[in-house]
Design a protein around this ligand. Structure first.
Ligand code: TAP
Length: 433
């Protein structure tokens, strides 16, 4: 007989479930914080079988925070085996939907208790401004877990009134069942939130998961794994395999025992993933890819508000935001005034240490991304767009990039078509009527 109490009892009580790991200890703003840097497989933190590691760097000071174990193909195989076993015969497969919900609520509560720690880790690992990390990266993750915890016992099928083939009487109904082992591959811009959006729904439905976080920002996923043990989530239900996309991610996408793959990232890699999923075992696949959303500003707008909203929509989370406004179309009657005001307001943005509560704009997530933004600016200038403001790396340590504004952008230009994924405002003029 399996029940929540049994899980808690066999695993040492809901509050006292602890897991051992090689801790990374850091002191940030006078606060001691510890987190794991190993793979999390079958409820335990372990080293990669080949001992390979990847350094993870604090983008605010360019210093290595720690070396994180990098999962090999063999490690992915172990994680999939653990997830399959947990799904088919573990405690997870035997508890009721309501009990599953209680475990997820418990996990959300623990995230709430550890929210400041999680926000600090997110901030040093991804460059997110601490106040934003607390509210958005972590706060929205907790909300997501609570929301999906509530779904666990509400997933139901329907009965369908088909015509009877007389003399038989048929009962036709649907039953929604978990699919099994799910692989998740996430990007670096909102590490914990991406994990939460993908994983919470999977677990609520009763699946087991293996996640490969982005190699440049894996730390909150590992801290989360520690909290999942504290919450009493059984071994094998959640597995975290940091590593590279080309080896670890590919091993997950191509694994024959993974039944579904959830991916968020670039359109190019999305195409690769879809092909890999098809060629391996035709696993189901969900892709959330790039975009270039427009924000249209008409002359009868409240200009102060339009400037505020325009800046938020481009500069939020230093532009590393999948719902950022990729282009702004401003009606010609207010165009010049809009550009003047937006430049003047952008000058006032406080750029600096993301842990400092007065900072509103932190460093870009990692060096390769910063370099891509500098290249994007070069392309814009060469194509003839007008660089109104910014466009340069800041002359200080850290991957800081000036919030940037381009005007006179034509539809045919590359900067009008490609996503920068950074704080670069692309303004085009339009005539209304
Ligand atoms: P990608 O380069 O596509 O990477 C996303 C994830 O895929 C990373 O974990 C990456 O591993 C992994 N990966 C790379 N190659 C792979 C392969 N061959 N097989 C399996 N996995 C592989 O994107 P990114 O640079 O991290 O994120 C930025 C992009 O994500 C932007 O273009 C943005 O549009 C998009 N994005 C979209 C959304 C939504 S909701 N639509 C949200 C956020 C971001 P590594 O860590 O080794 O790179």
């Amino acid at each position: 007989e399996f029940c929540l109490q049994c899980i808690f009892k066999t695993r040492g009580g809901a509050e006292s479930n602890e897991v051992e790991y090689n801790a990374v200890n850091v002191n940030v703003n006078g606060r001691d914080i510890k987190f794991p840097c190993q793979l999390f497989i079958n409820g335990q933190f372990v080293d990669a079988e080949n001992g390979k590691t990847i350094p993870t760097v604090n983008p605010a000071n360019e210093k290595t925070i720690c070396e994180v174990q990098c999962a090999s193909i063999g490690d992915v195989n172990k994680a999939v085996k653990a997830a399959k076993s947990a799904f088919e015969k573990g405690e997870w497969s035997k508890i009721s939907a309501r009990e599953r919900g209680q475990l997820l609520f418990k996990l959300a509560d623990l995230m709430q208790q550890h929210r400041e720690e999680l926000a600090i880790i997110e901030s040093i690992d991804s460059g997110a401004v601490y106040t934003l990390a607390l509210k958005t990266h972590v706060g929205m993750s907790i909300d997501t877990w609570k929301y999906f915890a509530g779904w666990c016992d509400k997933i139901q099928g329907s009965t369908i009134p088909v015509s009877h083939a007389r003399p038989n009487r048929n009962l036709t109904f649907t039953r929604k069942e978990p699919i099994g082992v799910v692989g998740l591959i996430t990007p670096w811009n909102y590490p914990l939130m991406m994990l939460s959006w993908k994983m919470a729904a999977c677990l609520a439905a009763g699946n087991t998961v293996i996640i490969k976080p982005a190699q440049v920002s894996p730390l909150t996923a590992l801290k989360f794994a520690e909290l999942s043990v504290k919450a009493g989530i059984p071994p094998g239900v959640i597995n975290v395999v940091p590593g590279t996309g080309s080896i670890t991610g590919h091993a997950l996408a191509s694994h024959p025992d993974v039944r579904k793959l959830g991916f968020t990232g670039s359109t190019e890699i999305g195409q690769v993933i879809m092909k890999t999923c098809a060629e391996s075992n035709l696993k189901k696949v969900s892709l959330e890819l790039g975009g270039k959303s427009p924000l249209v500003i008409f002359s009868d707008c409240d200009l102060d508000k339009a400037v505020r909203v325009g800046m938020q929509s481009v500069f939020f989370n230093k532009g590393e935001n999948c719902i950022a406004a990729g282009r702004l179309f401003v009606e010609d009657r207010i165009h010049d005034e809009f550009v003047r005001r937006v430049v003047s307001e952008t000058r006032k943005i406080t750029i600096g240490d993301p842990l400092n509560k007065s900072t509103s704009h932190g460093p870009q997530n990692h060096l390769a991304h910063l370099n891509k933004l500098l290249e994007f600016v070069d392309i814009g200038v060469k194509e003839g767009a007008k660089l109104e403001y910014g466009g340069k790396r800041l002359n200080r340590e850290g991957y800081f990039f000036e919030p940037t504004i381009f005007s006179n952008v034509e539809d045919t230009m590359r900067i009008a078509k490609e996503e920068s994924f950074g704080p670069i405002m692309i303004i085009s003029r339009f005539r209304n009527g």
